[in-house]
Design a protein around this ligand. Structure first.
Ligand SMILES: [Zn+2]
Length: 196
C-alpha cells in the first residue's frame, strides 16, 4: 500500500506543479491516524519565481495532497470510491465552507473535503460565501465573496491547481484531456471515454 501511495502522491505533485515540484520529496508515510499521511521535505527554491509565487504553492499543494490521500485511503488497505452525490454531501457536511450548492464531479470529493478541512482549521471569516464551485475546461473554479484571507485563498487556489491532476470520476492521479468536452481523467477513464 505504501508504495502505491508514494507513487500516487508524486503523480499528483508533478501533475500539479511541473517544474516547480523540483527537489520536493517524501520522507515518510504516517499510518497512525485515520488515514495515511504523507510527510514531505520541501527545500527552498534556489531561484524562486516571483511571478507565480511558486514557493507558497509548494507548501499549499503538498499539504492538500497529503490531506486528500489520508481521506481517500482512510480506514483500509484500499482507497475508497467517492460518494456518487459528492456535491450534495460536501454542501451538507461543510455548510460554512460551501455555503452554496456545488456543481463538482464525484472524483474531486476527497480533494474538496481536504480543502474544506484545511479552511475550517483556520476558521471561516464571518460573511465569507462561496458563489460557485464547479468544473470548467477540465479544472476546478472556486469563487468566493466577502472577506477572504490570504491563507484561505492559498487553499482554494491550491485546490484549483491540484484539480488538473485528479481524475474527476474516481480521484486517482489524472491529467487534463483535450477534446470537445475537456475533462481531467486518469488513464483508465480516459480509455473508456475514447471507446465510447
Ligand atoms: Zn479515474
Amino acid at each position: 500500500m505504501e508504495d502505491v501511495i508514494h507513487a500516487q502522491a508524486m503523480a499528483y505533485l508533478t501533475g500539479t506543479l511541473g517544474d516547480n515540484a523540483a527537489g520536493i520529496r517524501i520522507t515518510g508515510i504516517d499510518t497512525g491516524g485515520p488515514g495515511p499521511r504523507v510527510r514531505w521535505e520541501i527545500p527552498r527554491l534556489s531561484r524562486p519565481r516571483v511571478s507565480d509565487r511558486g514557493e507558497i504553492y509548494r507548501h499549499g499543494v503538498t499539504d492538500l495532497i497529503s490531506r486528500m490521500i489520508a481521506l481517500r485511503w482512510a480506514g483500509g488497505q484500499e482507497h475508497r470510491e467517492p460518494p456518487p452525490e459528492s456535491y450534495l454531501d460536501l454542501h451538507r457536511d461543510y455548510p460554512t465552507v460551501f455555503t452554496d450548492t456545488l456543481e463538482t464531479p464525484a472524483g474531486w470529493h476527497w480533494m474538496l473535503e481536504a480543502a474544506a478541512e484545511a479552511i475550517l482549521e483556520q476558521g471561516v471569516p464571518e460573511g465569507s460565501r462561496t458563489c460557485q464551485v464547479k468544473q470548467k475546461l477540465g479544472t476546478l473554479r472556486w469563487y468566493v465573496r466577502g472577506s477572504t484571507p490570504e491563507s484561505m485563498l492559498l487553499v482554494i487556489n491550491s485546490a484549483e491547481w491540484l484539480s488538473g491532476a485528479v481524475c474527476e470520476h474516481c480521484g486517482a492521479p489524472g491529467s487534463v484531456r483535450p477534446g470537445g468536452w475537456i475533462r481531467t481523467l486518469c488513464d483508465d477513464h480516459a480509455d473508456q471515454k475514447r471507446r465510447r
